[in-house]
Every structure is written in C-alpha cells, then in structure tokens.
Design a protein around this ligand. Structure first.
Ligand SMILES: [Zn+2]
Length: 721
C-alpha cells in the first residue's frame, strides 16, 4: 500500500497548506508514502532475542499493539525471526516450538486497524542454530575453522549457537524466508539485521566446503589459513571477497528481489560503523536507509547521526538501548541483566532529544520492557519519557521533516585506517577519538561539521564543504590524495593531522606523506614518538599542551606556526604545525592528534587554540555563535524559512560507570546569536520546548537570544520573512 504524503499527514492529524508541502525539503524523495514516512518514524520494537519471544513464547499481539498506542508510536517492528521464526514459515527456518497461531499476521492486522505502520525485522544469517539442536541440516550450514570445527556464538547469554555461512544452503533458505515475509504479509518496510558471516568469529575465515569450492573457483587456491602468517595481499583478497562477493552481494540480491516483487523501503542495521574489517558500512549504497543502534554517549550519537546525513540515506536510531544494565560485576557479560523491565531514567530523554535534534527516525527498544509489567507503560518513568519524545516528534512533525543541517566542514572518518593500518603506535580502539575530537572541538567553537566515511569521498562530496578536517586519516589512496589536492587547488581548505596520508588505502606505509606536496611537509619517520610533557610553542612565546604522541617531520614549503617543546629534556623537537596558502585555498598540517587530546581532556586552551586556527576560514560563513557552557552542545538545522538551533544539555551525574542511571540539572541563561540570512528578516522567534516568544531585534545581521533554561533540550526557532 502506498500512501501519499498528504494522506499520511492527514492520517496523523495534520492539515497542511500546499505551499508548505512544496517547500518541504523531502518533497524530492521518491514517490510513495512509506519512502517519505521512514525519515521521521516513531517505532516500537518487539525484540525477539529475549522474553516475551525467547526462550519461552509469551507474546500476545493485542497487548503489544495496545502498548505501542499508549506510547504514541506510529509503527511497530515485528520479529519475523530471531533464534526461531515467529510465524508458520515454510522456508525451513526453525519455528518456535510453542508457536500455535499466526501471531505475525495478527500483529500486522491489528497494527493496520490501529493506524500503525508495520516494519518486518528479518535477520540475515544472524546466528540462530542452537548448538545442542539435533537438526541435521545445521552441520552443513555452519561456518568452520580450518580443522573442521564449527564456529559458535553466545550472543545474549541464553545458549550457544552455530554461526551460519552465507556460502552454504542457509543463504537460499534465508532468501525464501525474506520472500515469504514480503509476499504473504503486508509489511510497510523490510528491515534487515545483517548480513552476518558469524558474530563472535566474524573475523575468522570460513573453511566450509562451500567456501573452499567458491574460493578455489575464483582465485585458484584454498581459503588462506589464519594460523599461518598471512600476507597482506591474502588478507585484502579474502576480506574484499567476503565483503563484496558474498555479504554485500547477498544484500543487493535481496534488495533487487524486493524491488521486483513488492517494492517497499529497505533498511538495515549498520551499528558496527567503525569495526575493523567489518563490511556493513560499505553496504549503505545498496539500501534506502540504515540504523545506528546505540551510542554510548549523546555526543557519539550526534556524531553518528550527522555521519548518517552525509550518506544521503535515511537514518534510524534506537531510543533507549544504551540505557541497558552495565553488568560490571557479572562474570559473563553476555548475561545482560533484564530486557523485560523498565530500567531507564532521564538519560532516555537526552537520548531521545539527541535523536530528535538530528532529524532521524526514532526506534524505541523496546516492547519487552513493558510487556510483563502490571500497569500500562505510562505508569513508569521510561514509558512517560518515551511518550514525551514521541509526542514531541509528532507535534513538530512538519518542522522536523523540513529542516536539514548546514555543515561548513566535512570530517574524514578513517574506515580504511580502522581496517588496514597496523602502525606500532596505533591504538585501534581509541582511533575514533580523533574524528570525534574534531567534531567536538568544532561544535565547542560553534561550527557545524559533518563526518563522512573516507571511502565515500568524491569531488562532489568534498564540494559540499568549505573546509575538510582529516583527523589522523592515515590510510588514503593516491586517488583520494589527488582529490584533496584538487579540492584545495579549487579554493577549499584542509586541516590534516598526525599520520594523515602516511599509508595507502590498504595500510601500506609510504616513504613520505601522500599529501606531502600539498601540505608543504616532509616525513622524517613513519612511526610517531611518545614523550611526556610536550608543549606547543607559539610565536608569541606561549606554551600550551601538545599531544604526547607526535610525528617527526620537516617543513618543506609550509610556514611553521608552532614548534614542539620537550620540557623534560629542554629540547626543541622541531615544527609542530605548518600552514600554507594554495591559490585561493589553504592547508594547515598539525603533526599530532590534538583533536584526540581535546576529546580526552576538553582543555579550554586547546578548544580556543584549535578554534583560532580555523575561524579565519569559517567564521565569515557561520550560522550562529554560542557562549561555551560545559555540557551544552548546539546543533543547527534549517529549511528555507526556518532556522532551528537545538541546545542539548548533557549535565548528568554519570560517573566513570557507563550505563549507570542518570539524572540531569538544568543550565540557566544560555546565550546564543543567530545570523539572519542575507536578504531576510525575522517574522518570529520562540523556544520550541517552553513555547516562550523571544524578542526579534536584529543588530548587525545577528539576533541575540538568552535562553533562560535548558533542561536536557531546548531549541530556538526563528521563522524568516
Ligand atoms: Zn563457509
């Protein structure tokens, strides 16, 4: 069923004028209501890796739909399968032994009757084969080590499961499962978890007979043995084969089958954004959108959502799961405590506000938290909070759908570096501190940016930004280096830090920076050095903290604007920062990961110093200014006629224990300035949460606003005339 946008909005209780419809930024989306609807959803997830679906099947459709309505969800996600199928499938997927009626059909029918959309959750080779099962097919479907042992995964602490291999007959069985769900049930959206090729053993090569045969056919040799020392060529070959020819090819095949059969939007789970040699982010072009499940902090979440925007695809995010139990004292951290209890507190509001500010689809995780409770969901804090988040999304639906962010800078996220760089001083699990630090320090200076994945770099993408920040983007191909040089030659600005371009896209270390000529520097050693108490010595003589890990390099055409001082040894270690003008463009090279240090310390002087480096380039085009307040993160969105400056106040009592429960304090009197776009004036200004109207006096093109109180979230709305 295809709803028009008008029908959709009418059904949601909105009456809108034709002009608003035309000005809406998503009017260019593909025809068909579901394709437009998916941008800003309010979905309740019925999760099936735990009660009420597994191990015992307690689920009742009417109870679930009632909870969805009470939370003001506009849709429900139903699990066609998890460890078992939850409908009477003929595909061969094992069916839950307690399944009696077709509860999937009942759920979809009842969603329809209640005016809710229905999203199908279908796992693509998510481990499901119980390792103790007598099912004889499993032996032929599972992933195998070189010695023939099957690979297994524990997942949620209930049991051990075989990992399936996508080259085995399990592939066709899953495809029939997908087809059955698509054809037999009128779901509005198909959502896929995967494709997986193992979970705990995802990085272990599969030696099943199907893989060995396919690899022999394609490359004329057996699957490489990881117990022996692997050549980089073998690693690259196997990894790209498994990613492109097996996993992504499977997702593409399924997407095409859906297009040919009953075309509905297809989204998938891309939570493992920056996991080493994980192909899922490479599958983004195949689908209509994707889900970033949970982030550990609101700042991480905002980063992920903004990265989602750079892909041009629809982004969904969980509201709630990072509020899971931290389980620190448990021996087996796969035993996660309780998924069937409403454990959340106010951090849920912040998680929701962050998702709302980013303009993405909201997905509450999930139904199990209320299913067994004696009262309805609104009797519990987390139920009230979910409803508050969903109500806000519904109340401001048209506005939130119409605005987009306006990034001035693009930040290169080094997926290639995560996959392939193997430098001796490289700490993979802290690598994201660089990209996150760049995002944070720009935000802290009131500058909007957008992270994008390195492999998606193109001249068109670069052209969207006034400046590119390459935070320790170690692995860049020759082509990508050329693109960046052309970008700067054409008037663009580039900040490159630390080991940026020291290796090619597969981690092969170069003799010099790939960007040496552009940056005006020459690499002395490919490995950085680590020394305590290093300082940046600025031209005026001021000394400010330098990253204790620095790159040794020589200036070769660039102007040195800071040296590194080694206080302990009374030594000057040479240039630290070099600046160069290239035609109308310019570059700054920082021979350390200062942005990572900012992320790790939030030192005020680093914030103002890094701001002072880029402000000459970005300040003239900025959309707003904000007085720095600890914990307050601005997020700017705009449409043709509305400017919206969100303020997110992460001022909770979370200590070093992630995922402990959290309460928040309001931040008083936050001062912001919003630039009135040229040729426009202000019709009205107000606060989106409190509803308070603000004065609209403009001075020198700027509107000054003092927001009296930000408790978790507020947004300044300016309507332009
Ligand atoms: Zn295999």
């Amino acid at each position: 069923m295809n709803w028009s946008r008008r029908e959709l909005l009418q059904s949601a209780g909105f009456l809108i004028a034709g002009s608003e419809l035309a000005s809406s930024a998503d009017a260019q989306t593909q025809a068909g209501g579901a394709y437009e609807w998916i941008r800003n959803t309010r979905t309740l997830i019925a999760e099936a890796y735990n009660p009420p679906f597994y191990p015992s099947l307690d689920y009742e459709p009417s109870k679930a739909v009632k909870i969805a309505r009470e939370l003001n969800a506009d849709s429900m996600r139903y699990p066609a399968a998890s460890y078992y199928a939850y409908f009477p499938t003929k595909s061969g997927y094992p069916v839950h032994p307690e399944l009696k009626a077709d509860i999937m059909r009942q759920t979809v029918d009842q969603c329809r009757a209640a005016g809710l959309k229905a999203v199908a959750y279908v796992p693509l080779n998510h481990p499901f084969m119980h390792a103790a099962s007598k099912d004889p097919r499993f032996a032929g479907w599972n992933k195998k080590f070189a010695d023939g042992r099957p690979m297994t995964t524990e997942h949620y602490g209930y049991a051990e499961y075989f990992e399936g291999c996508l080259n085995s007959p399990v592939r066709d069985m899953i495809k029939s499962l997908v087809r059955e769900v698509l054809v037999e049930y009128p779901f509005d959206v198909m959502y896929f978890d995967g494709p997986y090729q193992g979970m705990q053993n995802a990085k272990n090569y599969c030696h099943c007979t199907y893989c060995e045969a396919a690899y022999q056919k394609k490359f004329g040799k057996p699957v490489p043995n990881q117990d022996a020392k692997l050549s980089r060529e073998d690693e690259v070959q196997y990894t790209s084969w498994m990613a492109n020819d097996v996993a992504i090819a499977f997702l593409r095949e399924i997407r095409e089958m859906i297009r040919q059969t009953r075309d509905v939007p297809v989204l998938f789970n891309d939570t493992s954004l920056l996991s080493r040699r994980e192909w899922r982010n490479r599958a983004i072009p195949v689908v209509d959108g994707f889900m970033f499940e949970a982030a550990e902090t609101p700042e991480d979440k905002l980063f992920n959502m903004q990265l989602g925007q750079s892909t041009g695809k629809v982004t969904w995010t969980y509201v709630g799961t990072h509020t899971q139990y931290n389980r620190e004292h448990l021996k087996d951290d796969r035993v996660r405590g309780w998924y069937s209890y409403p454990v959340e507190s106010q951090e849920l509001l912040l998680d929701g506000a962050t998702a709302l500010a980013s303009g993405v689809g909201l997905v509450y995780w999930g139904l199990p938290r209320f299913f067994y409770q004696p009262e309805g969901p609104l009797a519990y804090d987390s139920g009230k909070y979910v409803k508050e988040i969903f109500d806000f999304q519904q109340k401001h639906d048209i506005l939130l759908r119409s605005v987009r962010s306006r990034p001035q800078a693009g930040i290169i996220v080094g997926a290639q570096t995560v996959d392939w760089y193997a430098g001796k001083h490289f700490v993979g699990k802290a690598y994201e501190n660089a990209a996150h630090g760049a995002y944070q320090v720009l935000k802290a200076n009131g500058l909007e940016s957008e992270p994008f994945l390195d492999w998606q770099m193109s001249p068109e993408l670069l052209a969207r930004y006034q400046m590119i920040y390459a935070p320790n983007a170690v692995c860049l191909s020759d082509r990508q280096c050329a693109m960046l040089s052309e970008y700067v030659g054409g008037g663009g600005r580039l900040v490159a830090t630390h080991l940026t371009s020291v290796a090619n896209e597969y981690g092969k270390v170069r003799k010099n920076f790939g960007l040496a000529e552009l940056l005006g520097v020459e690499l002395l050693e490919p490995e950085p050095v680590e020394i305590p108490d290093l300082y940046l010595k600025l031209p005026g003589g001021e000394e400010i903290p330098q990253d204790p890990q620095i790159v040794r390099f020589r200036a070769a055409g660039g102007e040195v604007i800071a040296d590194t001082l080694d206080r302990g040894h009374r030594a000057n270690l040479g240039p630290a920062i070099v600046k160069r003008t290239v035609g109308k463009g310019g570059v700054i090279y920082i021979g350390s990961s200062l942005e990572a240090v900012y992320e790790e310390t939030r030192m005020k002087r680093l914030r103002t110093f890094l701001g002072s480096l880029v402000e000459p380039w970005l300040a003239p085009g900025r959309s707003y200014q904000i007085e720095y307040r600890s914990g307050v993160t601005p997020h700017f969105m705009a449409s043709r006629d509305v400017v919206l400056l969100h303020l997110l106040a992460d001022t909770g009592n979370k200590n070093k224990h992630l995922r402990s429960r959290e309460e928040f304090l309001p931040v008083p009197d936050v001062k912001v300035r919003i630039r009135v776009p040229q040729g426009r004036s202000i019709r009205s200004a107000s606060l989106l949460r409190s509803g308070q109207n603000m004065a609209t006096t403009v001075r020198d093109g700027w509107l000054d606003v003092t927001v009296p109180r930000v408790f978790i979230h507020e947004a300044v709305r300016v309507d332009l005339a």
